[in-house]
Design a protein around this ligand. Structure first.
Ligand code: NAG
Ligand code: NAG
Length: 430
């Protein structure tokens, strides 16, 4: 009962509690009670004070417990970004959107002539279906809707667009149209593999797009800034082709795409290894970016929701390279994608799943086929990493590839908040 009383008197924020308590204590001291007042002090206020003092640690502990449970990602502003594809079949649910801070529709494709558009037909339908569901989810929260501008082939179109003033004009005006057509809050420049020679142009483009968004905001009399983000590869060969410090001045966040198509056929091993390998693990890429920019709060750790299987492989995984060996015949397709929940329903036997300690990922090896994917344990390891290393958030690639939302739920059940200053560096950068 007394606990309850004190509990109800205790504001949730422990700091406020201290202020509250101190003020009351000082008040009763400074009023210097005498005579009747003194008796009243002894009979009423003092016992109450003692009770409160006695149960303060308990109340504090309780409020700490409760605060810890209700501490949403929003409180500490950690991002949970979900990509949503045009090519999968699965529909969005409002429930699923509750767990996200940003939803990124991919793709609004960059065309050869510089224009950007959502493809006619099923892509456009999917975009409008998404808008319908989003309108409900947005009423309850602060979900931001974005579109990824580019596509996996845009690696070719971006470099030619940035060099051609006509194409660039079309690019910027079709971005304005995207905002009008789909009522989005922002865009992501999805230029996957920036080459060394495009390094300056890439940075200038990001700067120009930010400028464009700012003037759009002014002309539309919006109060909130539009969101701008971009991506980087975890591979050393590519991540060095971005002026990260410059780019971070203009973007709200940058996602490290931990899976990487450019290397999928070359490197056979865990698709998104947290540790291990020579210089290309997620840990290595994150450390590189954090140490270079000193802005961990602007980075996201990307987590792939799809799995890959490689044929004709042989074990073991070499920890020093994070790779396994593969026999190749010219022209032979060596890999395919799968979704592990689907696969699990058909052929997975939980006892077949092994754990690779170094990369912190699960795998199955059978009949010389190596299957790499994410499960609850590996996504929790990545969420834990995000918190321990004070990274700004997580990006799920893509939410419609996670059949039963098992992994999305596993991620959102984790507390990503470190409680540290948002740009506190948790790496030894020397
Ligand atoms: C979380 O990360 C820390 C340090 O990075 C590690 O020591 C700890 O074992 C991790 N916990 C889990 C549950 O993965
Ligand atoms: C080079 C090699 O061994 N190729 C084999 C890879 O796996 C497929 C499917 O199991 C075989 O058909 C190939 O001969």
């Amino acid at each position: 009962m007394t606990t309850l009383l004190c509990r109800t008197l205790t504001p949730k924020n422990p700091h406020k509690y201290h202020v509250f308590f101190k003020t009351k204590y000082q008040l009763s001291r400074s009023s210097r009670p005498s005579g009747n007042e003194n008796n009243k002090f002894r009979e009423v206020i003092l016992p109450l004070l003692i009770i409160c003092i006695a149960c303060a640690p308990l109340a504090y502990f309780l409020s700490y417990l409760i605060a810890d449970q209700t501490l949403t990602q929003e409180v500490c502003r950690k991002r949970v970004v979900g990509y949503y594809t045009v090519w999968e079949q699965k529909k969005l649910t409002v429930n699923q959107l509750d767990k996200l801070t940003h939803l990124i529709f991919m793709f609004a494709y960059l065309q050869e002539d510089g224009t950007v558009r959502v493809n006619e037909g099923s892509d456009t339908k999917r975009a409008y279906d998404m808008k319908e569901i989003i309108s409900m989810a947005r009423k309850s929260g602060s979900l931001k809707l974005m579109m990824a501008v580019g596509g996996h082939e845009a690696t070719v179109y971006y470099p030619s667009m940035v060099l051609d003033p006509e194409k660039k004009k079309k690019f910027l005006s079709s971005i304005t149209e995207l905002f009008e057509e789909y009522n989005i809050d922002g865009i992501e420049i999805f230029w996957m593999y920036v080459s060394e020679k495009d390094k300056v142009n890439h940075m200038k483009l990001i700067r120009e797009v930010r400028k464009h968004l700012t003037s759009m905001k002014t002309s539309k009399r919006k109060t909130d800034d539009y969101v701008l983000s971009t991506i980087s590869s975890r591979y050393r060969d590519y991540r060095q082709h971005i002026y990260n410090n410059e780019v971070l001045k203009y973007v709200d966040f940058l996602t490290v795409q931990s899976h990487d198509w450019s290397n999928i056929n070359k490197h056979v091993g865990p698709i998104a290894p947290l540790y291990g390998g020579p210089k290309d693990s997620i840990d290595d890429a994150m450390k590189y970016l954090v140490c270079q920019t000193e802005q961990p709060s602007k980075l996201n750790l990307g987590i792939p929701m799809f799995g890959i299987q490689w044929m004709n492989t042989s074990m073991p995984i070499d920890d020093s390279s994070n790779q396994i060996s593969i026999r190749k015949k010219a022209g032979e397709k060596q890999y395919s994608y799968f979704f592990w929940r689907e696969e699990e329903a058909k052929t997975f036997n939980p006892s077949d799943v092994s754990w690779h300690e170094k990369s912190q990922t699960p795998y199955i090896f059978r009949n010389n086929i190596f299957l790499s994917f994410e499960n609850e344990r590996s996504v929790q390891a990545k969420a834990n990493y995000t918190r321990m290393k004070n990274i700004g958030g997580i990006a799920i690639y893509a939410i419609d590839q996670d059949d039963k939302y098992v992994l999305v739920n596993a991620i959102s059940s984790m507390n990503l908040c470190s409680g540290e200053d948002e740009n506190k560096i948790q790496y030894d950068c020397k």
